[in-house]
Design a protein around this ligand. Sequence first.
Ligand code: ZN
Ligand code: ZN
Length: 177
Amino acid sequence: MILSVFLVGRSLPGFGNLVSAISRKFRARVQYAMIDMPATRSFNKKREQFNAEKLLRDLFRFAPPPGDKAVYIIRDDMYAGKLSFVFGLAAERACILSTARLDPRFYGEKDMEKARELFKERVIKEAVHEIGHMVGLFHCPDRKCVMAFSNSVEDVDFKEKELCKNCRKSLPGDIIE
Ligand SMILES: [Zn+2]
Ligand SMILES: [Zn+2]
């Protein structure tokens, strides 16, 4: 499996480290690049959020070759369906992740050092979560498992970066480290 990780629109400090952290979780060749935000009608001006489904569709025009999977990371906030916001959304071959609400500064954290560490942890968790969906995993009832659904950053902080035993078992061995 080749995972192409795209940072969309705005730079993200530590992006390279993030990518290598992701690549240590899956047995995949990971490549990454920065791309521009495509022409898209997925931004809802009233909500000041992207519609995640629409944006993912627009981004997937830059799709990797069949068999490979794409991870798009945006720094803007997004929503999906009836949910007022989402951290991420996954389809079979592509997923999108918003770092907006994973950033401790969004909630007023002033300690930059602490914010940076926590932010990194959260982004890794949610990236692994969305990639987990792409390789066929569903939400997990184990709240410590990275595949647990997160409704808030508290949920994200509560869970681990790892797949639980059951989730690992349901994946073919050649996908995970
Ligand atoms: Zn999920
Ligand atoms: Zn699990």
